[in-house]
Design a protein. Structure first.
Lengths: 164, 497
């Protein structure tokens, strides 16, 4: 079948990835660590373009299937670029007990997108998270790493305004 | 003019509550010196500001930036020792929380830190393990396995390398004591790991920290550097390197064998046991995987003796229980008390009942895999054995209180969907069972299920309990089936007629 045939297309790597991969090559005798290299790529580029899988596999001396397997296993290894601001709403049990569903609704209607999506203007990505350890101050919302506690639905417009 | 020293917690939750805003507002003032400490864990009072006084620390609670003149004048502060939520506790592992600066090696030692390690260095490795045996300490990560037995196995294995791994994945929603330790008293974790390294003869350590805890990771990394500079990081005359490794959002990676797979950089899939990690763990070498709180409990045991630890608690659960109260209670926060108090006593005395006008419906103890308790069942003592007898778990000490607005069918669906998402896929009962169970719960919600579906749910649950490879699948049915048992009408009323 045509669709299954693989073409060896050499995709151009973004600036610096070559260098990063060369540095992350396991030193002599050390076992490769796929998760570690994927973390490193994600940290620098914000996400891991599946097109980079062959280069990553080669740098670690593992198969592409090994890399793809690890990449698809871990929820926070992103394979798509996010919006400029990442909003994470906790859906853990303490936040659930404190009506985080209403906070989710308020954010969804303010942004016009469901959980797991990015606004068309690329400003916000809205995603669920399972407990950020702020359970004594539920419900919790984290925006670009800044954590908010005791969030009420009415707080949402003011919260988002800071990132307009 | 001398500056007045004010203490504010640097804990993630305290910052989220508002200490960060206070620091922002006050940091340029010439009349105050702001000292960032760990948190006392009385989060319902945060943001909290403290000052020294002849009667010990005074606290101002739920402070706003405008309260500064009052604080400077010394008006309205209450002695910390008079806050019942704190004074009723028996703090050992968390004794210095709220007092010290997390990254000060001097403060750590001035408060008795390193006494455990010094004691251990004067003992032979088998003597350390005997001390732990006498302490009767059981692991705090969930499985409650006797700590000394694991250490003994790893110590007697012959190997060219051995590892110490701190499980800092803290995946149970509703728990945060590991986060508080890493952010507030990281040297205690490091000291516990060093004692373990000496006891089993390990040469390297890892701290596997969940990705959702960026501040904890940074603080532990800084603490490792500081400990290295202070010359603490050695074991048996050789350097003992500790590395912090970040998780990537997978719950099952808190399970010890999945954690090891993840540490090796692979998919976090559960390994069949035996062999246990203490025999064959990281890269096939003997490895102690223990919870952060477990390691943090060890230094006091070596410093004060195993019998001191064994003198607290109940027959099968010695020492203190570290509970984390969340959900719809009036006073959520961290509680350290000897094992043996009842769940009701904890909720009444520390939680002070429900938040504004809410009525209690159910209490989940032990994270997303923990059983649900109704009001009538709250007289159960907090200890491993009573919980095991009730087919419940204490887990990592998370207690989440749900109010009467909670839809138990929706909660059940949420918990089962979580397991279906997080299943590593290695064993069929968990992978397929959780998916089918979630589908059945979906069908009930849509009003399309029959009584036969409910019996299938129960049957499926029994199979998962009996045949899953790890605790994820084996425990997943408990909260759902306990909801069905205690609140049958919420399920039956939505069946198709
Ligand atoms: C699904 C699942 C998730 C777990 N998550 C954690 C966790 O986040 N942290 C933890 O310390 N133990 C967790 N455990 C328990 C570990 O497998 C292991 O028992 C523990 O780390 C051993 O440490 P301890 O002896 O100090 O309790 C989990 C177990 C299961 C089955
Ligand atoms: S449950 Fe939301 S922060 Fe823990």
């Amino acid at each position: 079948m045509l669709a299954l045939k693989r073409y060896a297309v050499k995709t151009a790597l973004p600036n610096g990835l070559d260098n990063l991969l060369a540095h992350a090559r396991p030193s002599h005798g050390d076992p490769p660590n796929i998760l570690r290299i994927l973390h490193a790529v994600c940290e620098v580029y914000g996400y891991i373009d599946p097109q980079f899988i062959p280069a990553i596999a080669q740098s670690q001396g593992v198969t592409e299937a090994d890399v793809a397997g690890v990449l698809s296993y871990y929820p926070s290894l992103y394979t798509q670029p996010a919006g400029r601001h990442r909003i994470q709403v906790c859906l853990g049990e303490s936040c659930l007990a404190n009506r985080c569903d209403r906070v989710v609704e308020a954010i969804q209607s303010a942004l016009g997108i469901p959980l797991g999506q990015t606004t068309p203007d690329g400003r916000f990505t809205l995603e669920p998270v399972s407990c950020v350890g702020n359970c004594a101050l539920s419900p919790s919302v984290r925006i670009d790493g800044a954590l908010q506690g005791r969030v009420r639905p009415g707080d949402v417009p003011r919260l988002l305004d800071r990132y307009r | 003019m001398s500056r007045i020293r004010l203490y504010l917690s640097n804990d993630t939750s305290s910052c989220a509550a508002g200490t960060e805003r206070l620091v922002e507002a006050w940091r340029k003032r010439s009349d105050v010196e702001l000292v960032r400490t760990s948190s006392r864990g009385a989060f319902f009072l945060e943001p909290m500001v403290e000052r020294e006084s002849p009667e010990g620390r005074l606290a101002w609670c739920r402070v706003t930036a405008d309260d500064l003149p009052k604080i400077l004048a010394g008006e309205g502060g209450i002695p910390v020792s008079a806050i019942p939520f704190l004074s009723m506790q028996t703090r050992h592992t968390f004794a210095t929380f709220g007092v010290t600066e997390p990254l000060s090696v001097e403060a750590y030692q001035a408060q008795g830190g390193l006494a455990g390690l010094r004691a251990a260095q004067a003992m032979s490795p088998p003597a350390i393990i005997l001390e732990l045996k006498a302490s009767r300490l059981r692991g705090r990560g969930g499985a409650a396995f006797p700590v000394w037995k694991k250490w003994d196995v790893a110590a007697t294995e012959e190997a060219d390398r051995k590892y110490v791994v701190a499980n800092a994945d803290e995946g149970d929603a509703g728990t945060y004591c590991d986060r508080m330790i890493m952010e507030g008293d990281p040297f205690r974790l490091i000291e516990g790991m060093l004692i373990c390294a000496r006891a089993i003869g390990a040469g390297a350590g890892y701290i596997y920290c969940r990705q959702e805890y960026p501040a904890a990771r940074a603080t532990v990394q800084a603490a490792i550097r500081a400990a290295g500079e202070a010359g603490w990081l050695e074991s048996g005359g050789k350097p003992f390197v500790i590395e912090v490794v970040s998780g990537a959002g997978s719950y099952v990676c808190g399970e010890e064998t999945a954690l090891l797979e993840s540490l090796e950089g692979r998919r976090g899939v559960v390994r069949a046991r035996p062999p246990h990690p203490a025999q064959s763990g990281l890269y096939g070498k003997p490895t102690i995987v223990s919870n952060v709180l477990t390691f943090a409990t060890v230094p006091n045991i070596l410093a004060r003796g195993g019998s001191w630890h064994a003198s607290m608690g109940t027959e099968g659960s010695r020492g203190t229980a570290v509970l984390q109260l969340g959900g719809r209670v009036r006073q959520p926060g961290l509680i350290e008390v000897p094992f043996g108090l009842t769940l009701r006593e904890v909720l009444d005395q520390f939680g002070q009942g429900m938040a504004d006008g809410a009525r209690l419906k159910a209490v989940q103890v032990g994270g997303p895999l923990g059983s649900l308790f109704t009001d009538a069942q709250l007289d159960i003592p907090i200890c491993f054995d009573a919980f095991a007898k009730a087919e419940a778990i204490l887990g990592h000490g998370g207690i989440v209180v749900f109010d009467d607005e909670t839809d138990m069918l929706e909660l059940s669906r949420h918990l089962m969907a979580f397991v279906a998402d997080e299943s590593c896929g290695k064993c069929v009962p968990c992978r397929i069972g959780s998916l089918r169970a979630r589908e059945i719960l979906d069908t009930i919600q849509r009003g399309r299920a029959t009584a036969a579906d409910l019996s299938l749910l129960t049957e499926l649950g029994d199979t998962m309990k009996a045949t899953s490879l790890c605790g994820l699948g084996a425990r997943a049915p408990y909260p759902v089936l306990s909801a069905l048992e205690h609140f049958p009408m919420e399920f039956h009323s939505r069946l198709q007629r």
